[in-house]
Design a protein around this ligand. Structure first.
Ligand code: AHR
Length: 501
């Protein structure tokens, strides 16, 4: 019997809803086909955005959407994506398949998409191949509400009201595709570029939150050197120069060279994938420790703006499009990561799974007019209960599971109190063959009713266009309210969400 102690009296911090955020890049069939089909498409759409996809995204309450990349961001020139579509300049998408990008989805279309989804905006600017002037003018074009040539141009292009930019990333992966820079060089560029991200609005809510490019996985030196440079000789009147520092970490079981199949894997591959996923915990802890030295008050958020599984592309698809299927393995990976983010939500202020549609670990896949929700979508649907909830103290006794020397803890969890006062518990069972009885000792919370939902299938289970609903969350009536807590048995290979009220 696994002992699980939840002390609801020990309230910690708010779990920022942005932890449940997403990422959409001009890559493969994410933007075009996946999200945007154009007004003239036969696929039902509103102002060019697919109605079925927008509906699915609203159901999981997507809180924030990062755009336009990724690597694409550092070769994106915003002026090419505004104005009459027929006149927009075409470009080669050098990072992703060398396809021609017609720029029909640009700034106005992005804000329209976010309006329809009802989410916050996170735009990633171009440092790698763009100028300070270009970035500064983009900010003015989007957010200035007085009279200026750029604000007038925005109005001429159909939007007299300023757009609201909630987050702005100054470059992406500038240690790699964003310019192959050293940390000191990037950090100095960051200081310069961010100076010209003008705050045309002044209330705290209207402020654009600036995000600096953080580390690739375990590059702790990057974090240290960037922060050291950002904190050296700061203008005391500037009140700090960043609100966020990013972290990118993808899960692939054995390494970049052969990332393995998304759908054909054995038990060892499963546990290896779980072990690689759990490494996120160490990454957050160690990068946080460095951030704590510079920013002990945790004013700078850790922004995990690219995470998720990255496998070999589906056979027969364009290798530059990064299209992969999604199974129960992805679902458990998502559940583990989200539990880790919840536990570290004093520092992790946003996370964006890569990517929204048809690329890497997507929540939605499309094929022409068809759309399906992946197992990962169902995890986001269950975990949305944690958005803006208050994390509470919890401790779970675990044991080790695995095969052939690959060992991981059997269970992960997190617990919070949502705004409506209910206790929300999420748990993953990483074991492929063992169900575990769990004895929950609950302090500081008097539960009178309980409900639960579960995603539990064989490890390869997936949704296909022939069988789009093969994997979906179901009501789970195995949770019993007992004196002082709860009792239940979590099935093997599953993700569980319990609500106590
Ligand atoms: O998500 C795919 C790519 O992965 C992004 O463009 C890049 O930032 C990262 O390397």
């Amino acid at each position: 019997m696994a002992k699980y102690i939840i002390n609801a009296e020990r309230k910690k911090n708010k779990i920022n809803r942005e932890i449940y955020g997403h990422f959409s890049e001009h890559l493969g069939r994410c933007i075009y086909e996946g999200l945007y089909v154009g007004e003239d498409s036969e696929i039902p759409n509103t102002n060019g955005m697919r109605n079925d996809v927008v509906e699915a995204l609203k159901e999981i309450e997507v809180p924030v959407l990062r755009w336009p990349g990724g690597c694409f961001a550092d070769e994106y020139h915003w002026r090419e994506g505004i104005g009459p579509k027929a006149e927009r300049k075409r470009m080669v998408n050098t990072n992703w398949g060398g396809v021609v990008e017609d720029n029909s989805f640009g700034t106005h279309e992005y804000f329209e998409l976010c309006r329809q989804i009802g989410c916050k905006t996170y735009i990633n600017g171009n440092v790698g191949s763009g100028t300070v002037q270009e970035m500064s003018e983009w900010i003015e074009y989007m957010t200035f509400d007085g009279e200026s040539p750029l604000a007038q141009e925005r109005a001429k292009n159909g939007h007299s009201e300023p757009f609201k930019v909630d987050y702005f990333g100054v470059g992406n992966e500038n240690w790699g595709c964003g310019g192959n820079m050293t940390p000191e060089y990037y950090a100095n560029l960051y200081r310069r570029y961010q100076t010209f991200i003008k705050q045309y609005k002044h209330t705290d809510d209207e402020k654009i939150r600036r995000i600096a490019c953080g580390a690739n996985s375990n590059d702790y030196e990057w974090t240290e050197d960037v922060l050291k440079t950002l904190f050296t000789h700061c203008d005391p009147r500037a009140h700090g120069n960043t609100e966020g520092l990013s972290l990118h970490y993808y899960t692939h079981p054995y390494g970049w060279d052969d990332k393995g199949s998304a759908t054909e894997f054995n038990e060892k591959d499963w546990y290896q994938t779980m072990a690689k996923t759990l490494y996120m915990e160490e990454l957050i802890r160690r990068h946080s420790a460095i951030m704590d030295q510079y920013d002990p008050e945790k004013k700078i958020g850790m922004i995990v703006d690219e995470w998720g599984t990255w496998f070999n592309v589906e056979p027969g698809t364009n290798p530059g499009f990064l299209y992969q299927q999604n199974t129960m393995r992805d679902a458990v990976v998502a559940g583990i990561n989200l539990n880790i983010f919840n536990h570290h939500s004093d520092r992790v202020k946003m996370a964006n799974i890569a990517q929204l549609v048809n690329v890497l670990q997507s929540v939605v896949l499309t094929d022409g007019p068809e759309m399906l929700k992946t197992p990962t979508w169902h995890v986001f649907h269950m975990y949305k209960a944690h958005q803006d909830a208050t994390l509470v103290d919890s401790y779970l006794e675990t044991e080790t599971v695995g095969v052939e020397g690959v060992e991981v803890p059997n269970l992960t969890e997190s617990a919070s109190i949502s705004a409506d006062g209910k206790l929300q518990i999420t748990m993953t069972n990483l074991s492929l063959d063992t169900a575990y009885p769990v004895d929950v000792r609950l302090t500081g919370y008097e539960g009178t009713a309980v409900s639960a939902e579960i995603l539990s299938e064989e490890m390869h289970a997936k949704n296909t266009f022939e069988e789009p609903d093969a994997v979906h969350s179901k009501p789970f009536d195995g949770v019993e309210l007992v004196h002082g807590g709860l009792k239940f048995t979590i099935p093997a290979c599953s993700v569980l969400h319990i609500t106590v009220e």
